[in-house]
Design a protein around this ligand. Structure first.
Ligand SMILES: O=C(O)c1ccc[n+]([C@@H]2O[C@H](COP(=O)([O-])O)[C@@H](O)[C@H]2O)c1
Ligand SMILES: Cc1cc2nc[nH]c2cc1C
Length: 358
């Protein structure tokens, strides 16, 4: 987690309020009274304080109804040979999510989360399904090496759609959202967005995605360099998103902003979700207050984005799947952090002697 937003700096850009510092301080003080050596629950103590700051109360509510939003999109840049997989796999995997057979389907069941799939620009028309929301503005983004991924208006509309979705989910009782993605080729636009928004060179943020060899990796870096040269120096985050990003990155940015709007935690997944999180934090820095990094993806761009955002990932399992898998796996840790504050006995109540001062 990171320190609550310094609103002295950010107030000009945001109508939203960041985490409640008093609730956060109360949770930290509360932790000192619980029957354990101070600090012994490590990152779970920070997480508990963050959850208290988000909810504005200590102990914070235990998230009981999580939803994983998996945003899917196809990418024109696949024509540049940046991925070994055919584009059709995006739509096929969406069908697999909806049929309950994908990794994220299994992990969501394991942690008791619902899955909402968002079509943010999949190439082929998808069959309707109650868990599928179609917000696509175009089918397949522009090839970022040659043209903008999205019109600025489309990028804005997709961010708004993600934001509105979280409002609706919250109205139905969802108390935590997690982000996920599906999109053959999408580690290329994600690395491009991360390079543009962190200022790091493409070679430092580009990885092997679904699995490419050294020659393909060199080509992928060159494609990202060309894309950045074409789009010019980064200006505002929405323009970076439109020039270099994609539909799922836009929807994920909206989901992060939506969590801020309704003041619930948002657990983010790997490199694609982190590209979206960088866009969201660029649009409104207060949004970062509500973000929990589920894991550290193998992709180097993920570590670059985590460092830029000042986020410490909860898990580090060499995952590189996407779909929201690393975020889903972190949900039990988030619940545990809240439950510790809600249920653990204090030294006083349990009659346990406190540390004697030497
Ligand atoms: O989450 C990650 O960090 C991650 C790392 C590598 C690959 N992926 C997934 O793999 C797909 C993109 O990989 P690629 O090689 O086609 O760019 C896309 O569907 C992502 O969800 C995801
Ligand atoms: C099979 C497959 C499943 C995925 N899930 C997320 N990205 C993926 C990419 C591929 C290729």
């Amino acid at each position: 987690m990171r320190a609550p937003t310094d609103r002295g700096v950010d107030a000009t850009r945001s109508a939203a309020k960041g985490r409640d510092e008093r609730a956060e301080a109360a949770a930290r003080a509360h932790h000192l009274r619980l029957t354990k050596p101070a600090g012994s629950l490590g990152v779970l103590e920070d997480l508990g304080a963050q959850l208290a700051g988000i909810a504005g109360v200590d102990p914070p509510p235990v998230p009981r109804r999580p939803a994983i939003v998996v945003a899917a999109c196809d990418h024109g840049v696949v024509d540049e040979g940046v991925t070994p997989w055919p584009r059709d796999v995006t739509a096929q995997m969406v069908a697999n999510f909806l049929a309950g057979g994908a990794a994220i389907s299994v992990l969501a069941r394991e942690v008791g989360a619902s899955v909402v799939v968002v079509d943010a620009g999949v190439a082929t028309e998808l069959e309707r399904h109650p868990a599928l929301l179609d917000v696509a503005r175009r089918r397949v983004t522009g090839n970022i090496a040659q043209e903008a991924a999205l019109d600025l208006d489309d990028a804005r509309a997709l961010v708004e759609a993600g934001r509105a979705l979280v409002s609706s989910l919250h109205a139905y009782g969802i108390d935590l959202v997690a982000t996920g993605d599906m999109g053959i080729g999408n580690t290329t636009p994600s690395a491009a967005v991360i390079a543009a928004l962190t200022g790091r060179p493409p070679a430092a943020v580009t990885g092997r995605g679904t699995g490419i060899d050294d020659a393909q990796l060199a080509r992928k870096i060159e494609v990202i360099e060309r894309s950045l040269a074409r789009s010019g120096p980064p200006t505002d985050p929405m323009s970076v998103l439109a020039e270099l990003g994609g539909g799922e990155i836009a929807v994920i940015a909206g989901v992060v902003l939506g969590a801020m709007d309704v003041r619930i935690p948002v657990v983010v997944d790997g490199v694609i979700s982190l590209a979206g999180t960088l866009v969201a934090a660029g649009i409104d820095p207060v949004a970062a207050d509500f973000v929990i990094a589920g894991h550290r993806s193998v992709e180097p761009g993920a570590t670059a984005a985590l460092e830029h955002l000042g986020l410490r990932p909860l898990l580090d399992l060499d995952l590189r799947l996407g779909e929201g898998s690393g975020a889903a796996l972190a949900i039990p840790l988030v619940r545990s952090a809240a439950r510790i504050l809600a249920e653990m006995a204090t030294f006083d109540a349990a009659g346990v002697a406190e540390r004697s001062e030497a």
